[in-house]
Design a protein. Structure first.
Length: 198
């Protein structure tokens, strides 16, 4: 059988550090971030299903979230201020990401590839909706990182927290589960383990 490198490449997410332009009190790698985003995306979808009767596949959304930044193994983590500096850079970077995703998918055997293409695809309204939940979870994960850094006395993340919170607030009308998560779960991220378990 032919060797395929997809999972060996994906496992290298642990070597990609996020927030490269910022002084971090604790470094966060892409693997940790992806797990957090998957967990939060799954929770947002469950809240949406249970409380807002939305028809969304929480499990598939979580899988999308696990793989949502895999292209950064090839591209590296492009800092947000650079990535969104203007429409030309944003569009060019999307093309670079798309090409990196194709490179990754080409590392799979042909008979498995379509299952993983589905993870990256946003051709249908259903897929677009799931990707929006992943994006919301991605922003929540970034906000949590900002909160952790600020609670460690690192003021470097102050502006990032403000802009990230604005992005989240812009999504709340479309994804009301964000409000529930922020009210019920977000405050706990600032507590010690003794406070959480006590």
């Amino acid at each position: 059988m032919k060797e395929h490198h997809f999972f060996a490449i994906v496992s290298r997410m642990k070597y990609i550090d996020r927030w490269a332009l910022m002084r971090n009190s604790r470094t966060e790698n892409l693997s940790e971030h992806s797990m957090d985003v998957a967990m939060i995306a799954h929770a947002l979808c469950i809240i949406a299903k249970v409380r807002y009767h939305e028809d969304i596949d929480a499990d598939h959304t979580a899988v999308m979230a696990l793989f949502h930044d895999c292209s950064e193994i090839i591209t590296g983590d492009m800092p947000t201020p650079v990535k969104y500096l203007n429409e030309n850079i944003k569009d060019a970077y999307k093309q670079v990401e798309k090409r990196a995703e194709e490179q990754l998918l080409n590392q799979l055997p042909e008979d498995l590839r379509s299952y993983y293409e589905e993870v990256y695809s946003d051709d249908t309204d259903r897929q677009k909706r799931m990707h929006r939940y992943v994006k919301a979870a991605d922003k929540l994960s970034a906000l949590i990182k900002c909160m952790e850094e600020e609670s460690a006395g690192n003021t470097e993340f102050r502006n990032a927290a403000v802009s990230t919170l604005k992005s989240i607030n812009d999504m709340k009308e479309e994804i009301p589960a964000l409000i529930d998560f922020m009210e019920e779960f977000l405050p706990s991220y600032g507590k010690t383990l003794d406070e959480l378990l006590g």
